[in-house]
Design a binder for this molecule. Sequence first.
Ligand SMILES: O=C(O)CCC(=O)C(=O)O
Ligand SMILES: [Fe+2]
Length: 316
Amino acid sequence: MATTLDKPAVPTVSLASQEADPDAFAQALGGSFERYGFAIVADHGVSPAIIADAEAKAKAFFALPDDVKRAYHLKGSNGQRGYIPFGIETAKGAKAYDLKEFWHVGRDLPEGDPLRAVMPDNVWPAEVQGFHEAEIALYDALEKAGARLLSAVARYLDLAPDYFEATVENGNSVLRLLHYPPIDADGPNIRAGAHEDINTITLLLGAEEAGLELLDRDGDWLPVQPGPGELAINVGDMLQRLTNNVLRSTTHRVMNPAPERRGHSRYSMPFFLHFRPDYLIETLPQCITPDRPNLYPVPITAHDYLFERLREIKLA
Ligand SMILES: O=C(O)CCC(=O)C(=O)O
Ligand SMILES: [Fe+2]
């Protein structure tokens, strides 16, 4: 197998630099998305206290007894809210389930909001005090950071910097709190099988604990290693589709730990930023050229696309 040691790593870009030079930031982020489908983002403005609190509350939940956690495994939300026990999610086309349990937080919608017809209600674990507030604070902070990143994506694509604002307003974004328990020995299952994310972009916290790898275009698996507190960002299938594959939704996985780390849990918190449900994903004209004909001539709404994909991963 080819070694990855002589390869350049996914670049780290500073979101704080966007203010002084938005075009340079857009080129750095967009270039990394075009090359790897991933970027590492430092200085993202999500407060360390908010991150620490959200992570502490997630850990407290996962430490509860199994039967208590399973009471939050909902039947009606297609795996979009509440607790999803160990052994359910299976990467598209894979036989072995992922070695993880997780909790999904959606948009907190007020009573009577018409969007509740398409977005399931949140549930909250009564056993963990402050869980709701802590997770919604992180949801909101990651949504804000995501909007800043999308303005750079818009610039990179020669769109107006505010192009994506209306497309993600009231989007069906989901914060996933993940727990990968300790592992006895390696078997056929891994922590997260090779997959692509369905959504627009993903903002991932917690990947400083080793394991995350992306499938590079030459077939090598390349580790993605953010520094403490940094975000790993990746392009999802919806943005890939909108950009006619100019920005790449890259296959990634979470490998099992080295023997000396097997006794440790891994916790991570990806925020899957989504378009609003009725947004029509229709190939951007500037991403269609004679060399790159339109790969997706039939547009689809974000909602329909999501449900097509959820069925494939056995969540719907
Ligand atoms: O836990 C990680 O580092 C990545 C998780 C992931 O790729 C996912 O949940 O889609
Ligand atoms: Fe993923």
